[in-house]
Design a protein around this ligand. Structure first.
Ligand code: ADP
Ligand code: ADP
Ligand code: MG
Ligand code: MG
Length: 591
């Protein structure tokens, strides 16, 4: 069994600690060079001398070390390794010449690395991180396998691969307008903009586009490029629920003639998009193993069950279950908060929200396209934005997690907690007992907030918000940057906390599985016809709310018989047509 020692370089601050990893290491104390100083001033942990005691892992004041065993991976299957104490990727997906292949797995398990390798953007080093990698070595390694032909074509330039990178916010550094950006890449700008509904942004500087618009622009450019292989990394980030469904249709049309690989955490979207999927299992930032392809009809269920039969790997202890939440009867509902009609006028935007009521123990989802006023509504309830008309309920204690997060201090979560001990507006006990295990924060407690990744910061922020005793929790896009596992865990946790304390929550989100797991009811936001107004209504029972939203996009969902999870119907399928005729866009499972 191989031992893996990982140094998380972003978290390691060798000038700010006492080198506890080295000082306490038993082999070092016996005179062995198990942990030495590397050329970059950081520790290098010998994987052959390490005895796996885990003392350095616990002693590191920044949680920067991981020591683990890799029972499932075979050393000869290493595709790429980032340095001696760095991440390693095992196996690769091989996309067929046509159709859509999904890749589904936790954050930090090598999905983006696999796409870059397939695209030829990164020449894989096959584990030999200390010498420059070459295509000759790659071709030699894959001789006699089906990946050989792929890499041969990549190496000699006969297979054209295009890549939609994960981090589209980097495009905001591009000069010029959206049209110029596309023209520079050699695509027909007008057609590309039209394919994603961005016509009205044609002459807008790229630097001024929103995150969602940058995502659409990046997808439009990739899809409009003539290529053989399309590698699309996390297309749904920053997109609202309506745009997610629209780009899903765009990508499906592409997959009818081309080979497409998509990494995606929105399970409803991936399920609809892909014909087959590879699951990735492993340990964040340490290693990832790419499974054999699984037909889409069973891929998500395998993922939710957590057991890969043909590889005999269990990657989840408890299967994820969806449950039918029948609408609560009026007699069971005890009102918690009622809000009157509210209005907000900005110079260029006008929001109207109808009156509504939240019952004790209810989590309410807020859905709708971007720029329809969801954040503004939540901010009015949070007291962060005064209403132009109407008064948000007074005397209701709220706890608010904003949409956009920024680490404001270099303190770690543990330091924040210590400062909050004894503060009556913060429950350290709930944080430690419920939220740390529920959101898997154990390994993050000692990391400075600016060193956290997007998903880690999101989990920390949601935990800090949920630990404040309140009548109403306001969570704006809590699933952003989370992987599918983290979304499921968070959705269940929010629901449980709210039910148990008989309080209420409003949760803005775009992920249908997340909403389905967390919520009892929905508020629906819509754009006005004038393009400068938005309106919100509800809460409605889950099914009625989803129906209103889906009617606008003409997408229907059914329920999976085995897991009760919602599934998008294929456009024009028998079920799709039947449900549309009946006006049943969101099919509810029998309770
Ligand atoms: P995923 O897309 O599944 O989130 P990535 O392929 O981006 O994962 O990265 C997997 C791991 O590899 C990361 O957790 C990071 O620790 C490491 N890694 C990624 N890129 C680099 C790099 N250029 N240099 C060193 N380590 C890297
Ligand atoms: P959503 O959360 O649904 O994406 P927002 O509530 O963030 O929508 O924004 C709705 C509209 O209100 C946007 O067009 C935005 O430009 C505008 N807006 C939001 N905040 C302000 C503000 N402080 N000043 C002026 N306009 C604003
Ligand atoms: Mg990635
Ligand atoms: Mg918003």
């Amino acid at each position: 069994m191989a031992r893996i020692a990982i140094l998380l370089r972003d978290r390691c601050h060798p000038k700010e600690c006492q080198w506890e990893c080295q000082a306490y290491c038993p082999p070092v104390r016996m005179g062995q060079e198990c942990i030495v100083e590397g050329t970059d001033g950081r520790p290098v942990i010998s994987e052959t001398l390490c005895i796996g005691c885990g003392i350095c892992v616990h002693k590191c004041p920044f949680d920067a070390i991981k020591i683990l065993n890799t029972p499932e991976a075979d050393e000869t299957e290493i595709v790429h390794r980032y340095g001696y104490n760095g991440f390693r990727l095992y196996r690769l997906p091989l996309p067929p010449t046509k159709g859509i292949t999904g890749i589904l797995g936790p954050n930090g398990t090598g999905k983006s690395t696999a796409l870059r390798v397939l695209a030829g953007v990164e020449v894989p080093n096959l584990g030999k991180y200390d010498t420059p990698s070459t295509w000759e070595a790659v071709l030699e390694r894959y001789r006699g396998t089906s990946l050989h032909a792929h890499f041969q074509k990549i190496a000699n330039g006969t297979l054209r691969a295009v890549f939609k990178p994960q981090y589209v916010d980097r495009f905001s550094e591009e000069a010029g307008t959206a049209t110029e950006f596309l023209t520079r890449s050699g695509v027909d700008a007008d057609a590309a903009l039209r394919s994603v509904g961005l016509e009205r942004r044609a002459s807008r500087p790229v630097a001024e586009l929103s995150g969602g618009e940058l995502q659409l622009l990046a997808i439009a450019r990739t899809v409009a490029t003539d290529a053989d292989l399309y590698l699309i990394d996390e297309p749904s980030s920053y997109l609202d629920i309506v745009h997610r469904l629209e780009i899903a249709r765009l990508l499906r049309r592409l997959g009818e003639t081309k080979s497409v690989v998509v990494v995606e955490h929105d399970l409803a979207l991936l399920d609809y998009l892909a014909d087959q999927a590879h699951l990735v299992y492993g340990e964040e930032a340490a290693f990832g193993v790419i499974s054999h392809p699984i037909a889409m009809r069973s891929a998500i269920n395998t993922y939710l069950t957590g057991y890969l039969k043909d590889e005999n790997v269990r990657f989840r202890t408890e299967p994820v279950r969806f449950v039918a939440h029948p609408p609560k009867l009026a007699t069971q509902r005890n009102a918690l908060v009622a809000f009157p009609p509210l209005e907000k006028r900005f110079p260029n935007f006008h929001l109207t929200v109808g009156a509504g009521e939240i019952a004790k123990g209810e989590t309410i989802g807020i859905v709708g396209p971007n720029a329809t006023g969801k954040t503004t509504f939540v901010r009015m309830l949070a007291g962060a934005e005064p209403a132009t008309v109407g008064t948000p309920p007074a005397g209701v204690s709220v706890s608010y997690k904003p949409q956009y997060l920024k680490a404001t201090s270099s303190a770690s979560l543990r330091e924040r907690l210590d400062a909050l001990r004894g503060d009556p507006t913060f429950d350290v006990g709930v944080f430690e007992r419920e939220l740390v295990p529920g959101l898997h924060l154990d390994d993050l407690l000692d990391v400075g907030l600016p060193d956290l990744s997007g998903g880690e910061l999101q989990r920390a922020a949601v935990a800090l918000a949920l630990a404040r005793p309140a009548t109403l929790y306001l969570l704006d896009e809590p699933s952003a940057y989370l992987d599918a596992d983290e979304r499921i865990a968070m959705a269940k946790l929010i629901r449980r906390q709210v039910e148990r304390q008989a309080v209420g929550a409003l949760v803005v989100d775009h992920d249908v599985y997340f909403l389905d797991l967390a919520c009892d009811a929905l508020m629906v936001f819509r754009a006005g016809d004038d393009g400068v107004s938005g309106s919100g209504a509800g809460p409605f029972p889950m099914r009625g709310g989803m129906n209103q939203l889906l009617k606008d996009v003409q997408v229907t969902f059914r329920r999976d018989a085995e897991t009760l999870r919602p599934r998008i119907n294929r456009e024009g399928s028998v079920l799709d047509r039947e449900q549309r005729e009946r006006g049943e866009f969101y099919y509810e499972a029998a309770a």
